[in-house]
Design a protein around this ligand. Structure first.
Ligand SMILES: Cc1cc2nc3c(=O)[nH]c(=O)nc-3n(C[C@H](O)[C@H](O)[C@H](O)COP(=O)(O)OP(=O)(O)OC[C@H]3O[C@@H](n4cnc5c(N)ncnc54)[C@H](O)[C@@H]3O)c2cc1C
Length: 419
């Protein structure tokens, strides 16, 4: 069953409170997908990703084969509306692709997720800008890969503060950023970066700026040799860019963050972690089935852990699917999206998903015993475990829990199970 099927397939036409979403003026991301065959195209890419996942992890290298396949399947521009050369896919479609890819190769799934978060910002928050519409057309035509640069100097995971600033002169700008962590920076075709609006602006007065490869120079200064997610190649760079002021998104970053970056990031990341968990469950099922066959149908002692892994994965999928339904049902309702209840819910989605996904993979390790703990063999889940452990530190869960603590007092406890 897919994540969307958890919803009984009715979510795309949901119209909460009788609101006619189409009547709202600002063009949101699409709710009703018009894109054909996305699942089968994603499966084709996933089979390529699976074939190279071990090598990507071992060598901490970019999953180039999977992305060549994703470009051949034209999966990079699916979220872009048809009038700009895309397919008008819904966030649900993107989330499903993230799940399918990460089930095969976590780094491939996460790179795809990070790219799509930036595409969502362009579609939702920059469609009134001719320059950004041109970038979206190019993205579809050339299947450009977008990286994101938010982490800045010593700022850690606080996306709402920047050290670096845009320096404007007439119609041009320069930007110098200490991008301490930037996934696939070396392989990307363009970067979407946060920065202070001006050199005099406070750290929280941020803009988002899109720069294409011709506009910037990267100097590699920190390697990416990590426990997991090794193929994301999230190295540290000194970024130096020039461009014209029209490359700055028309809306302030705080609005883009609230409306798009945070919800889409937490949905797509959660789908990636669920995909990693599903990949581990695939291996636990194969192990338990083989063990039962060898002992004449007798279930091995670790089988209960597979049951637990399945149950936790089901909870995780349901949690993501419900959050996805909620986001898609209020896409055009900017006030509700910016409200404390929705912002808290989507922030906590990230924390819950990361914890549940890690719990699933840990259960599969218990189910498979030494065969799961080994680095080799078809039942190994060590790569899954290493990859999924990145989830709690990718914007640290502690930071999110601390930031949302007061919301626990301000947001009412739900009066109903289904509202
Ligand atoms: C796989 C992966 C890919 C990434 N790709 C990118 C990318 O492409 N572009 C990009 O810009 N960044 C990227 N990042 C970086 C990410 O966005 C965060 O910046 C990073 O995860 C934060 O790391 P940190 O632990 O150093 O910082 P912090 O989140 O600042 O945490 C540091 C420590 O402080 C604690 N802490 C922080 N705030 C609080 C608080 N309020 N209360 C209590 N404790 C707190 C945390 O528990 C932690 O121990 C990536 C990270 C990962 C893991």
């Amino acid at each position: 069953m897919t994540l969307a099927e958890n919803l009984g397939g009715s979510h795309r036409t949901a119209r909460p409170n009788g609101k006619d979403l189409d009547a709202v003026s600002s063009p949101p991301l699409t709710v009703v997908s018009t894109a054909p065959d996305i699942k089968s195209r994603a499966r084709a890419v996933a089979s390529v990703a699976a074939a190279h996942a071990s090598a990507v992890d071992r060598d901490a290298r970019f999953p180039e084969e999977a992305f060549a396949a994703a470009k051949a399947q034209r999966l990079l521009g699916i979220l872009v509306p048809a009038d700009l050369g895309g397919e008008g896919a819904a966030i649900t479609d993107v989330v499903e692709v993230c799940y399918a890819l990460a089930r095969a190769c976590a780094s491939t799934g996460m790179i795809y997720a990070m790219h799509q978060i930036m595409v969502a910002c362009l579609v939702r928050n920059a469609r009134d800008s001719a320059w950004h519409r041109g970038l979206l057309r190019r993205l579809c035509g050339e299947q450009l890969l977008l990286a994101s640069s938010t982490t800045d100097g010593q700022g850690g995971g606080d996306l709402r503060k920047s050290d670096c600033a845009v320096v404007a002169e007439d119609t041009a700008f320069t930007l110098a950023k200490n991008a301490t962590v930037m996934s696939y920076g070396a392989q990307a075709d363009a970067i979407v970066a946060t920065a202070r609006r001006t050199p005099d602006a406070p750290p929280t007065d941020q803009v988002l700026v899109a720069i294409v490869k011709e506009d910037y120079r990267l100097e590699h200064h920190l390697d990416w040799d990590t426990l997991g997610m090794r193929g994301t190649c999230s190295a540290g760079f000194k970024l130096e860019a020039t461009g014209t002021l029209e490359q700055i998104f028309p809306e302030p970053y705080h609005k883009i963050h609230t409306q798009t970056v945070m919800p889409v990031a937490h949905l797509t990341w959660s789908a990636v972690w669920a995909g990693i968990a599903a990949g581990a469950v695939d291996r636990a099922r194969a192990f338990v089935r083989g063990a039962a066959r060898k002992s004449g149908g007798q279930m091995p002692p670790g089988a209960a852990h597979l049951t637990r892994a399945n149950a936790t994965l089901s909870t995780l999928r349901g949690t993501i699917a419900a959050a996805l339904q909620r986001y898609e049902s209020i896409l055009s309702d900017h006030e509700t999206i910016a409200g404390l209840e929705f912002q808290t819910r989507m922030n906590l989605l990230k924390v819950t998903s990361s914890e549940l996904a890690a719990a699933v993979v840990t259960s599969t390790m218990q189910a498979n015993g030494l065969s799961g703990y080994r680095n080799d063999g078809e039942f190994s889940v060590t790569r899954h475990l290493r990859d999924v452990l990145s989830s709690s530190i990718m914007i640290n869960n502690d930071r999110i829990l601390a930031n949302t603590a007061s919301a626990a007092l301000l947001v009412d406890v739900a009066a109903s199970l289904t509202d």
